[in-house]
Design a protein around this ligand. Structure first.
Ligand SMILES: Cc1cc2nc3c(=O)[nH]c(=O)nc-3n(C[C@H](O)[C@H](O)[C@H](O)COP(=O)(O)O)c2cc1C
Length: 188
């Protein structure tokens, strides 16, 4: 049971793939969270409709409202993004676009950490910088450092999706410790 001062993090992986490296990285983060932090894994990405302003005009669809409520209730977000064509996958951008609509834009002032995993050598660096740019507009408070870019992902996870690379586990842990301090600092 978390104490009242515990930092509640909503973790969102931007992949719908069953064997996703990014989902696996998010699950590793859950295990590696420091004392006083709990990470809820968001499961609803695939239930969100494609963004359509006509739909929004009729009110937020239930899965969108659920996402917005979870973001609002969280002390911080951990977004784990794949890289698609040098950017953020459409499913993740779609979720952000839905959640970002007024009123009470839920990313405003929210502490956010970003990480990502890719089989390539840059480990989602380009997607992460695009995501940071999106959160400039939304006034999300994205942690600058450490950056966690998990490159050559197939060598860092085992066949069951466990993050086995010790150095990478350390990077993820360091990110979470910094996110906790960041969320506590912004809460004051
Ligand atoms: C449409 C598409 C575009 C991709 N573009 C990139 C890319 O720009 N850079 C990269 O490192 N990997 C790219 N990849 C490979 C993904 O990094 C790889 O599929 C990865 O496993 C996706 O994340 P996941 O394992 O969490 O599903 C792309 C994959 C797809 C399907």
């Amino acid at each position: 049971m978390a104490s009242e001062s515990s930092v509640r993090v909503l973790g969102i992986s931007g992949s719908l793939r069953k064997g996703s490296f990014n989902a696996a990285a998010l699950h590793a983060a859950r295990e590696l969270a420091p004392a006083g932090m709990e990470i809820e894994v968001y499961q609803g990405l695939g239930n969100l409709p494609l963004y359509n302003e006509d739909l929004r005009a009729q009110g937020f669809p239930a899965p969108v409202q659920d996402l917005r409520d979870r973001i609002k209730a969280a002390d911080a977000l951990l977004i784990v993004t794949p890289e698609y064509n040098y950017s953020v996958p459409g499913v993740l951008k779609n979720a952000i676009d839905w959640a970002s609509r007024p009123p009470e834009q839920p990313f405003d002032g929210k502490p956010i950490a970003i990480m990502g995993a890719s089989p390539g050598v840059l480990g989602t660096a380009r997607a992460q910088y695009h995501l940071r740019q999106t959160f400039v507009f939304l006034n999300g408070h994205v942690l600058n450092k450490p950056e966690v870019m998990i490159s050559q992902a197939a060598t860092r996870f085992d066949a069951e999706g466990r993050l086995t690379d010790e150095a990478t586990r350390g990077f993820v842990q360091a990110l979470l410790v910094s996110l906790k301090a960041w969320a506590e600092r912004l809460r004051r």
